[in-house]
Design a protein around this ligand. Structure first.
Ligand code: 0HH
Length: 208
């Protein structure tokens, strides 16, 4: 039986990285899909700590905040570094990914028509920071020598950016190889090839 449940709208959205992480860690999970109509009734919203989805359940533990899901899974499945110093660096990089994700979501939901071109033009200035980190760390991961939740989050945000701008990694070889390596991990590959993954749009407004 699946110990984990994700309750969310029918999008990859803020659960993309969590799902990829669960798949790569060999975990099973249940999905409860909430329609916009059901959400608008307001009953579920009232039960959500911050009035928003996604919700993540691990047995009797109920969590909100997508980055909290990643940290919880990181702790449980050995993807949070091998000591406190690595854990702190993993937090730092995950927060950096969150900054990029927030900019991306703002562009997608608030200024796609007016801001997309400028966003893509400015993108190398953000991606080059991650490029430098990966070029320096010979393991191919952001921190230390094994995969962490921050790697899954970076990977997922890069997949979305490759849809937005297919050439965005052409001058960033370490990031390109990072995406290739993670895409080729057997459980990630199987998940990315699955209908469960492919059927969901990236975002809720049809833009990508
Ligand atoms: N910091 C939170 C986190 O990381 C942010 C959660 C959040 O923004 O978990 N939740 C939004 C939905 S995420 C929310 O609950 C964006 C997906 C939009 C898809 C909507 C499509 C619906 C059609 C099926 N928003 C609703 C609300 O605030 O009432």
């Amino acid at each position: 039986v699946a110990p984990y449940t994700i309750t969310y709208f029918a999008v990859r959205g803020r659960c993309g990285a969590t799902r990829i992480m669960l798949a790569d860690q060999g975990q099973e999970w249940k999905e409860i899909v909430v329609s916009f109509e059901d959400w608008m009734k307001g009953d579920l919203k009232k039960t959500c700590v911050f009035g928003q989805l996604p919700k993540f359940e691990d047995g009797g533990l109920t969590l909100f905040q997508s980055n909290t899901f990643l940290r919880h899974l990181g702790r449980k499945h050995g993807a949070y570094g091998k000591n406190d110093c690595e854990a702190a660096q993993i937090d730092m990089f995950n927060d950096g990914v969150e900054d990029l994700r927030t900019k991306y979501l703002k562009m997608i939901y608030q200024e796609y028509e007016t801001g997309k071109d400028a966003y893509i033009k400015d993108l190398p200035n953000h991606l080059c920071k991650f490029e430098a980190v990966l070029a320096k760390n010979k393991s191919g991961f952001l921190v230390g020598d094994s995969i962490s939740f921050a790697d899954y989050s970076l990977f997922e945000v890069l997949l979305n950016h490759l849809v937005l701008s297919p050439t965005c990694l052409d001058s960033l070889p370490a990031l390109k190889s990072f995406v290739d390596t993670l895409s080729a991990r057997p459980k990630i590959k199987a998940f990315l090839d699955s209908e469960d993954y492919k059927k969901l749009p990236i975002n809720g407004n049809g833009k990508q």
